[in-house]
Design a protein around this ligand. Structure first.
Ligand code: FE2
Length: 147
């Protein structure tokens, strides 16, 4: 291998590591599963981390808009270089159907997708904060009666 080939190869390796993730994995310091002390009376810190699942309208193809925002009410989780939501997953009856990986500052804790909900009884969302751990919430769906 010539010196020129070596330089080209090292450039490709450097570029591929940049596209994998813009943030330093060492900033993810907490992966503990967290639970609110009283699920019916969340503290502000618990509201900030508990994913909120919203179910929208079904489109003509039968897919329903499902959105997950991290934070509840008017409390939105921050997204800074030191503190952000780095991943959100959406599950239908316990099966993962979508996952987003998020970068600090440029994106915040949000996932939006369209899902065929026929027969699905429960949606769950898992949100991961780099400092405050992994938070889960669930949303029971009404089963439509067949006509
Ligand atoms: Fe946090």
């Amino acid at each position: 291998m010539t010196r020129r080939d070596m330089i080209k190869l090292s450039s490709i390796v450097a570029l591929s590591s940049v596209t994998a993730s813009a943030y330093d994995e060492k900033l993810v310091v907490n992966k503990i599963e967290m639970k609110p002390k009283d699920p019916k009376n969340l503290t502000k810190g618990e509201q900030k981390h508990t994913p909120q699942i919203s179910v929208g309208e079904k489109d003509k193809a039968g897919y329903t808009l499902v959105e997950v925002t991290v934070g509840q009410g008017d409390i939105i989780h921050p997204s800074t270089d030191e503190h952000w939501i780095y991943e959100i997953s959406l599950l239908a009856d316990g099966k993962t159907i979508d996952t987003v990986k998020l970068e600090p500052t440029i994106s915040r804790g949000y996932l939006g997708t369209r899902v065929k909900l026929d027969g699905v009884k429960e949606l769950s969302a898992i949100a991961k904060c780099n400092l405050h751990g992994t938070w889960t919430s669930s949303h029971a769906l009404k089963i439509e009666a067949k006509k």
